[in-house]
Design a protein around this ligand. Structure first.
Ligand code: URA
Length: 216
């Protein structure tokens, strides 16, 4: 299943528009903050798909019966661009456990690249809700590597793959290379084009550099 959040107009349009806007991007604090705010929006939307149990809450004046989420959540993020997005998810899923995946593009002389997986730190994810986030789902290759590395640590009850901007190609790649049983893809927006270097067009540019500065 694929949920594209920007298909229904909301404040999210403004946040994503600011991320994409090359003038607004000059303010890296605002860029990171918008990514964080979008993480909060995603967490709120995903929370509509969790397990809930009724609980009696004692107020100063009486008792209120409320449905409270019971799902155990692990938020996993591919470094480094995803960190502000991760923070936003964690602001709302405030008792979630956390996993981090380090992977990077290794470019070859002909301009092609492969994804180099380096490191995974993760709690046990067996039976839990895995929220796997990467702000840009470009080729889909790093998402595949991250997901497959994580499920070696256990079988999640459900996985929510969350991305701010996806390419059509990336979405199709993930659907083809990951067993989609109990997996949902959430995209803020979906763009049609991917360059030969796997940058999304119009996209927003390099999310990691815009959030944290350029790298060597
Ligand atoms: N990562 C980015 O930061 N931007 C893209 O367009 C693709 C991958």
């Amino acid at each position: 299943m694929l949920h594209i959040l920007a298909q229904k107009n909301s404040l999210l349009n403004q946040f994503i528009a600011e991320l994409r806007d090359k003038e607004v991007q000059k303010d890296s604090l605002r860029f990171r903050k918008n990514m964080e705010r979008i993480g909060e929006v995603f967490a709120y939307e995903i929370s509509k798909h969790l397990d809930y149990k009724e609980k009696e809450i004692t107020t100063p004046l009486g008792v209120s019966k409320m449905n409270i989420p019971t799902s155990k959540i692990v938020i996993a993020t591919i470094l480094r661009a995803g960190l502000p997005f991760h923070n936003g998810l964690l602001n709302y899923f405030d008792t979630a456990e956390n996993a981090f995946i380090s992977a990077h593009r290794k470019y070859h002389k002909d301009g092609s690249f492969t994804i180099q997986f380096e490191h995974l730190s993760s709690p046990d994810i067996e039976g839990k809700i895995l929220v796997l986030s990467d702000p840009m789902l470009a080729s889909g290759a790093s998402m595949e590597i991250a997901y497959k590395a994580l499920i070696e640590r256990g079988n999640p009850k459900h996985t929510h793959i969350v991305t701010i901007i996806a390419s059509n190609q990336g979405v199709n790649y993930v659907k083809k290379h990951i067993n989609m049983k109990n997996v949902t893809i959430w995209a803020g927006d979906v763009d049609d084009e991917l360059t030969s270097k796997s940058y999304i067009v119009p996209g927003l540019g390099d999310a990691g550099d815009l959030a944290f500065g350029s790298k060597m």
